[in-house]
Ligand binder design. Structure first.
Ligand code: AMP
Length: 354
């Protein structure tokens, strides 16, 4: 079902991803309606309509559903049951949401598609953490099953004696214990999938993280990543297919000696795809809108010889004047309030022409 330009697109979640989706949608002549519990979320500044409501407010979701022609989400920690009121208007659908919001469900699901994940165990007690350490060895990373992002809800166990501290650090929440992967590099596959099964991929960037937060994404990828891309794309396409996913899906990988290992999936546009705004013919945001509205795909070809996206975290955003002094730099500031440590406030993309 094609949703033509002029229609209203609902976006659940009003952060920077919602903001960049709304900007891409506006370019194609759509209007966006943002639903978010915060007072003035970044996406509301650039959207036609904004409803301030908690994500589990059934009445608000029903009204929202009645006002939009199609709906999407910009993050996955949403109550799948309540979002059910959006019915067939929700793209991607509830399955993508449900699988991606619980790390144990996610890993089990990925394994059923034949893709590789690090050895792992579900844990909900210190005894089970100790058993996982005995079975998997160290290092191990504990990650809460739900509500983790940007390295939050994670604690490393580098020797068996650290198990108790790590269990305390994640607040005794149900978690996965995951073997540390010895990787040469990290990269991601961002894929867009249409309802008819068609897919399109961008170049895979090398992603560099610090303290669990993405710092930079660079294309073309390094020699450490390049040999893994084909297999990783096949894995990502298999995951998208098995989810019946419509829209953009991101799969983060470790490039390890034994081949690509899936770290995690995000059923949405992703920070490691921000470079596509200036660095590709069609951005991940525009392609997501095209896919959920069933418009033809845009080209995902590189529009430059090389591209680097650098996140502006916390107070780094206050350096905007210096960043703008470089005429090649594309500066994106998300319009968030306080520049708290660890908070993604913006990004800068540098494009090198051939
Ligand atoms: P995540 O929030 O799961 O994406 O983890 C944030 C970052 O922590 C990753 O991008 C890696 O740099 C690191 N990390 C997470 N899990 C593992 C693992 N199993 N082995 C090695 N490094 C990891």
């Amino acid at each position: 079902m094609t949703v033509p330009p002029g229609s209203m697109i609902g976006i659940v979640g009003g952060g920077q991803l919602g903001r960049m989706l709304a900007m891409a949608a506006a370019q194609l002549g759509y209007k966006c309606h943002i639903l978010d519990p915060h007072e003035r979320p970044p996406a509301a500044d650039v959207a036609a309509a904004f409803t301030r409501a908690p994500y589990d407010d059934r009445a608000a979701l029903e009204t929202f559903a009645a006002h939009v022609d199609v709906a999407t989400y910009e993050f996955e920690n949403l109550p799948a049951e309540q979002l059910g009121v959006l019915g067939g208007k929700l793209r991607p659908g509830l399955k993508s949401l449900a699988v991606a919001q619980d790390r144990a469900e996610e890993k089990t699901f990925i394994e059923t598609t034949g893709a590789r994940v690090a050895a792992w165990r579900a844990v909900q007690s210190l005894e089970q953490v100790n058993a996982a350490v005995a079975a998997l060895g160290v290092p191990i990373v504990l990650k809460t099953r739900r509500y983790g992002y940007d390295g939050k809800g994670q604690a490393w166990i580098r020797s068996p004696e650290e198990a108790g501290d790590a269990w305390d650090a994640i607040g005794h929440e149900p978690a996965v214990a995951e073997a540390g992967v010895d990787f040469d590099a990290e990269f991601s596959v961002v894929v867009a999938r249409w309802a008819n099964g068609r897919t399109s991929f961008w170049d895979s960037p090398d992603n560099v993280h610090r303290d669990g937060i993405l710092r930079t994404s660079t294309v073309p990828c390094s020699a450490a990543v390049a040999p893994h891309v084909e297999q990783a794309r096949a894995a990502a396409a298999g995951i998208a297919e098995a989810l019946g996913h419509v829209g953009v899906l991101t799969v983060e990988f470790f490039a390890s000696a034994g081949g690509p290992v899936v770290n995690e999936i995000a059923p949405r546009v992703h920070n490691s795809g921000h470079w596509t705004i200036e660095g590709a013919v069609t951005s991940q945001f525009e392609q997501h809108i095209r896919a959920i509205c069933d418009l033809p795909p845009g080209s995902t070809a590189l529009a430059a010889a090389s591209v680097t996206m650098e996140n502006l975290i916390g107070e780094e955003v206050h350096g905007w004047e210096g960043l703008l002094a470089d005429p090649q730099a594309h500066l994106h500031i998300y319009g968030k309030g306080e520049a708290r440590p660890g908070r993604k406030m913006g990004h800068v993309t540098r494009v090198v022409m051939p």
